[in-house]
Design a protein around this ligand. Structure first.
Ligand code: THU
Length: 136
């Protein structure tokens, strides 16, 4: 069971990252915040590009920022948007979360106060995972 204070801080970090988004094309700002097993919080925002496919989602920006700081174990990710309803991570982000946070809870929050929560395992059933590369 996660510490409610840590989750409140995680939601706040995701909301704080959201306005940092560089999203001139979609105008869809996303903030994401990862909670490590040590209780650290690492945030990210989406960073788009004039070459559209080169843009990167907030969740993957957060994961890269976490890994460069040496964190590899996560319990939760919060995704914050201004959308009308809570939005789940895209398929590519689900796959990236699967690598280092396979047991994580995914919480999606909106600025209007709506919230949804899933287990990553429910968002990405039958994942391709590190063990898939080995003949086991
Ligand atoms: N996006 C994210 O950053 N995270 C999500 O969970 C969904 C989508 C970004 C990608 C793109 O910059 C914009 O939102 C519209 O798809």
């Amino acid at each position: 069971m996660a510490d409610p204070q840590a989750l409140a801080a995680l939601r706040a970090a995701a909301f704080a990252a959201m306005p940092q988004a560089y999203a001139p094309y979609s105008k869809f700002r996303v903030g994401a915040a990862l909670l490590t097993t040590d209780g650290e919080i690492i945030a990210g925002c989406n960073v788009e590009n004039a070459a559209y496919p080169a843009g990167i989602c907030a969740e993957r920006v957060a994961m890269g920022a976490a890994v460069v700081r040496g964190f590899r174990h996560f319990t939760h990710v919060v995704v914050a948007t201004d959308a009308g309803t809570p939005t789940p991570p895209c398929g590519m982000c689900r796959q990236v979360l699967q690598e280092l946070a396979p047991d994580c809870r995914v919480i999606s929050v909106t600025s209007s106060g709506a919230e949804a929560e899933w287990a990553l395992a429910d968002l990405l059933p039958y994942p391709f995972e590190p063990s898939s590369l080995r003949d086991e």
